[in-house]
Write a protein that binds this ligand. Structure first.
Ligand code: NZQ
Ligand code: ZN
Length: 396
């Protein structure tokens, strides 16, 4: 394991079919006024809204309605939420939705009692809150981001074509999250598979860095295998509880701060994906799937042995009875590594994620602008702007 680290995660999870029944008890820990933040209406259609409101009323809470959090939440919406929470002296923000609603709730919670412009302070300058923050709870209805158990808050600013994530500290991680896999049954297939690829990307972007023998990499391989297996079940049988519960649990562990401990990590696919999202408004997971294969094929030579291990341990590619890439010559290593990516491509096509940027509305004349919005970094290879342009062109 590399470096020194501290591990602390304060989010309490209620998981399973009966998990919402714990909400009433949990609400007793907070003040009277609850801002109920949610998205564009899916929770009204699938009945989750009625269930949550009944529990809030039973607990004697005053409900401040805060609807309309859009996918890829904007800074304008965040400011509207701050105003609403201020005007109503809100004690708790209850986010009912996916990553967008949970991320938004954290941004609002960090800003209600603070002065200064949240966009500049938290997202552009990556500062920490210097004021009282509100507690956030999350009833998760869409799986992928891990927002239910992390401090991440990704906000889009269309005026500047920037989509930036701020990873807040423990005080802004949700105090609790309710995770009922049945709540995810109504997610449209497109969103479900986007979420599945988002999870895969979180796992890959922590896996593809460093060369030491690291416990985290073995955990990630297990999570990837579980995700691949469950995804194949869920695309054919979206109401399969076993598969949906495995996907939900894998998503949480993929990005709840555990895996990155002792790893340098990568995150360049997310940086490119966020830039694509800022320019197109496309679904997060699809912005990642559209650029992943060109990206990984490009950086493979810089982390060849890890790609060989990925091919063998995750995708079941085997050659000559050897175990581990170290004993193979470079030519064979390249072949095995590329075979692994080829099998991954087959899986991506099978589950039905976006395979190129064109399908997300990106045209060649947008490439330079997207590259300008991309934060440069990387794991095995730190990209230059020209290399980002090449990967974007290869992804069209
Ligand atoms: O708005 P409603 O009507 O609720 O519909 C939503 C939305 O259109 C729908 N949906 C959610 N649950 C549903 C449902 N439809 C039917 N039944 C249900 N049970 O799904 C759509 C997408 O929801 P959204 O919350 O946007 O999806 P997701 O969870 O993928 O969140 C994406 C956002 O999270 C950020 C992304 O960048 C993006 O802004 N991320 C947050 C991260 C974090 N906190 O650490 C990390 C991620 O890498 C990611 O960047
Ligand atoms: Zn993501």
């Amino acid at each position: 394991m590399l470096g020194n680290f501290e591990y602390y995660n304060p989010t309490k999870l209620y998981f399973g079919k009966e998990s919402l029944s714990f909400l009433g008890k949990e609400l007793a820990n907070y003040g009277n006024v609850v801002m109920l933040s949610y998205g564009g209406g899916s929770i009204k259609r699938n009945g989750i809204y009625d269930k949550v409101v009944a529990i809030l009323k039973e607990a004697g809470k005053t409900i401040v309605e805060d609807p309309g959090v859009m996918p890829n939440p904007t800074i304008e919406k965040l400011m509207e939420g701050v105003e609403r929470a201020r005007n109503n002296n809100v004690d708790l923000i209850l986010a009912v939705g996916g990553g967008s609603v949970c991320d938004y709730a954290k941004g609002v919670a960090a800003s209600v009692h603070c002065t200064g412009d949240p966009w500049t302070k938290y997202y552009l300058n990556q500062e920490e809150p210097t004021c009282k923050v509100l507690p956030v709870g999350c009833v998760l209805t869409m799986v992928g981001t891990g927002s239910e158990m992390n401090g991440g808050s990704v906000i889009t600013n269309h005026a500047t074509n920037l989509k930036i994530g701020k990873v807040f500290g423990a005080e802004l991680m949700p105090k609790f999250a309710v995770m009922n896999p049945e709540f995810t049954f109504s997610i449209p297939q497109y969103q479900m598979v986007a979420g599945i690829f988002d999870i895969m990307s979180h796992l890959m972007e922590q896996y593809f860095s460093d060369t030491d023998d690291n416990t985290t990499d073995y955990i990630i391989e297990g999570l990837m295998r579980s995700l691949i297996q469950s995804s194949m079940v869920a695309i054919n049988d979206p109401h399969n509880y076993e598969a949906r519960s495995n996907i939900m649990w894998t998503a949480t562990w993929a990005l709840n701060t555990l895996l990155k401990k002792g790893k340098t990590t990568d995150w360049e696919v997310h940086m490119i994906g966020h830039a694509v999202g800022a320019h197109t408004g496309a679904t997060h997971g699809m912005t990642l799937s559209a650029v992943s294969l060109p990206y990984y094929r490009y950086i493979m030579p810089y982390g060849r042995e890890k790609f060989v291990r990925f091919a063998m341990e995750v995708w079941g590619v085997h050659v000559c009875g050897c175990h581990g890439g170290g004993t193979l010559d470079v030519q064979t290593q390249n072949a095995v590594a590329l075979k692994g990516l080829e099998v991954m491509e087959m899986w991506m096509k099978q589950i039905g994620v976006a395979m190129n940027l064109t399908s997300l509305g990106v045209t060649p004349d947008m490439i330079e602008g997207i590259a300008d919005s991309t934060v440069l970094g990387g794991g095995y290879k730190v990209l230059t702007r020209d290399e980002v342009v090449k990967i974007l062109r290869d992804s069209l």
